[in-house]
Design a protein around this ligand. Structure first.
Ligand SMILES: NC(=O)c1ccc[n+]([C@@H]2O[C@H](COP(=O)([O-])OP(=O)(O)OC[C@H]3O[C@@H](n4cnc5c(N)ncnc54)[C@H](O)[C@@H]3O)[C@@H](O)[C@H]2O)c1
Length: 371
């Protein structure tokens, strides 16, 4: 199969869909890998690295789209890219179709087959192609929060780990899933005093079993939040209720109970945010202040560490990419129900129920589409 990887064109996107190591694996499987020139440069991979891996460099995106049987990307295809998709072509990338009727319409019109990273599942009920980005955002959250806590950035001037004779920063992490667990581990590793709140007792039991000596756990209620907020130097929001907007767990009125210069890091901002005062920010202007409390609410946190994020994403997507290339998408999906769960669009038909529901469009069962 010919695998094509164009340079990402969405503003501020520096990741790339195929790393040189993934390209090398695909070549070893007998496939041809076509990379648009400079596609990997934002993630620190120059054209020579791809050539050394056995890939071919093409000068333009239209050449990649015209030649490839399968397009592997990071972000949803932008309008200019959607025009280049064709009938029978396979697209493997993040799509997030539910809030995006225009993209959905263009993908249906193109006749392509589109498998969305974000709906591929695993046997534990998890989302294996979303998890790496949650791991990145979680580990980044205490790092950006620590920076925001510095005086020059509006914070209260507290060092995460304290020093001998001075106590550490006190951190609350709301939500003990993938983001929250990684955030808590890194914050504790920086020496902070960390408490993770969740509403799932099985999850709290797991966290206590595995990290009982590293951080504390608490059952997330409004009462406990009101108790902890006045003590906190930083609160990291990492909740998720699948398919719903994030619940608002800290109100504007509660900010006045917090210490001046305390920091809120709202990782859940991509689901609307879990603090009432959160509004999405960008890497170029990431923080703002409300009632004396600093807010960091960047919706695309992994973009800040494009190289780590690219490699982490590629590690997760590569086995699926190889299965699709080795077997063809129909057999790969027939063999693996978790990959089949990623099928969103095929030959002008929508194949993902939740997207159909959100957009009021008819859906064909994915099993029917591959039959
Ligand atoms: N900003 C970014 O760049 C970025 C990157 C990755 C993920 N995210 C977002 O981070 C959020 C968390 O993602 P995740 O992968 O960790 O999800 P997850 O499903 O692994 O974890 C979410 C946790 O929240 C808990 N929860 C639900 N309601 C709660 C409540 N009221 N109080 C306390 N805990 C509650 C759940 O029990 C679960 O353990 C999501 O909104 C995700 O979209 C943002």
């Amino acid at each position: 199969m010919k695998l094509g990887c164009p340079k990402e064109v969405k503003p501020q996107e520096f990741r790339v869909g195929i790393t040189p190591n993934a390209a090398q694996e695909a070549v070893a499987h007998g496939h041809e890998v076509l990379i648009e020139t400079q596609a990997g440069v934002g993630a620190g991979f120059d054209d020579d690295a791809y050539v050394a891996a056995g890939a071919t460099i093409l000068a333009t995106a239209p050449e990649v789209f015209a030649s490839a049987d399968m397009i592997v990307k990071v972000k949803e295809p932008q309008p200019v890219e959607r025009k280049m998709l064709r009938e029978g072509q396979l697209l493997f990338t993040y799509l997030h179709l539910a809030p995006d009727p225009e993209q959905t319409r263009d993908l249906l019109d193109s006749g392509c087959t589109a498998i969305a990273y974000e709906t591929v599942t695993d046997r534990n009920g998890g989302l294996p192609l979303l998890a790496p980005m949650s791991e990145v955002a979680g580990r980044l959250a205490p790092q950006v929060g620590a920076w925001t806590l510095q005086k020059a950035n509006g914070g209260r001037g507290v060092l995460m780990g304290g020093v001998p004779g001075v106590g550490p920063a006190r951190i609350i992490v709301i939500g003990g899933g993938v983001v929250g667990t990684h955030a808590a581990r890194i914050a504790a590793g920086m020496g902070a005093d960390v408490t993770v709140l969740d509403r799932s007792l099985p999850r709290l039991r797991y966290l206590d079993d595995v990290y009982g000596n590293v951080f504390n756990t608490g059952y997330s209620t409004g009462g406990l939040m009101a108790e902890l907020l006045p003590l906190a130097d930083m609160v990291i929001g990492a909740v998720l209720i699948p398919g719903a907007a994030a619940p608002k767990l800290v109100t504007r009125a509660q900010l006045s109970s917090m210490k001046p210069g305390a920091v809120l890091v709202d990782v859940a901002i991509d689901q609307g945010g879990c603090f009432e005062t959160s509004k999405a920010t960008t890497h170029s202007d990431p923080i703002y202040e409300v009632d004396g409390v600093m807010h960091y609410c960047v919706a695309n946190m992994p973009g800040a560490v494009a190289r780590t994020s690219t490699i982490a994403l590629s590690n997760a997507t590569m086995p699926f990419m190889l299965a699709l290339a080795d077997k063809g998408w129909k057999k790969a999906c027939a063999d693996d129900p978790h990959l089949l769960a990623g099928l969103n669009v095929h030959a002008g038909q929508l194949t993902y129920a939740a997207v159909g529901e959100a957009l009021g469009l008819d859906v064909v069962a994915p099993e029917t589409a591959i039959a």
